[in-house]
Design a protein around this ligand. Structure first.
Ligand SMILES: [Zn+2]
Length: 150
């Protein structure tokens, strides 16, 4: 029987490897680290395989923000349903309001680096890395301004 599903076993294994590495905050392509210089900033290229982590597109991280938003909404839904389940029939709404506010401030920050690596893993799964993904961009050289001497 012909079988061309995007979720055929080899693809599923590949996706699982990509996402496992992403959840460990490593390069989804090779598992190399470190790829973060701080909690929110990635290095431009993987120090092990050289993969360009922004894959040469402006606004690439909009996808990561979308992942972060989705994570926040998922957490909120689980929290909301769980809170009502636990406290019904008399939910303490003031407590719900205060704790939801704290949760909605903490989750996006805590999930931020994961949103980047998970989006990168997703992108690498859908659009596997090609040779040009491993070329080091020369943005820094281009952005250097010449200072005038007086
Ligand atoms: Zn790598």
């Amino acid at each position: 029987m012909p079988h061309a599903s995007p979720l055929s076993p080899p693809s599923r294994q590949r996706a699982s490897a990509l996402f496992r590495r992403a959840l460990r905050l490593r390069c989804p392509q090779c598992g190399g680290e470190p790829i973060f210089v701080s909690w929110s900033r990635l290095v431009p290229n993987c120090p092990v395989c050289g993969l360009g982590l922004e894959r040469g597109e402006d606004g690439y991280w909009l996808g990561a923000y979308f992942f972060n938003l989705t994570a926040m909404e998922t957490v909120f839904t689980i929290w909301f349903v769980g809170f009502l389940w636990w406290t019904w029939p008399a939910p303490p709404w003031e407590l719900f309001q205060a704790s939801t506010l704290v949760l909605m401030l903490v989750v996006p920050i805590a999930f931020f680096p994961y949103s980047k690596t998970l989006f990168l893993a997703f992108d690498l799964w859908v659009r596997p890395a090609s040779e040009e993904d491993f070329v080091v961009p020369h943005e820094e050289a281009r952005n250097v301004r010449r200072t005038r001497s007086r």
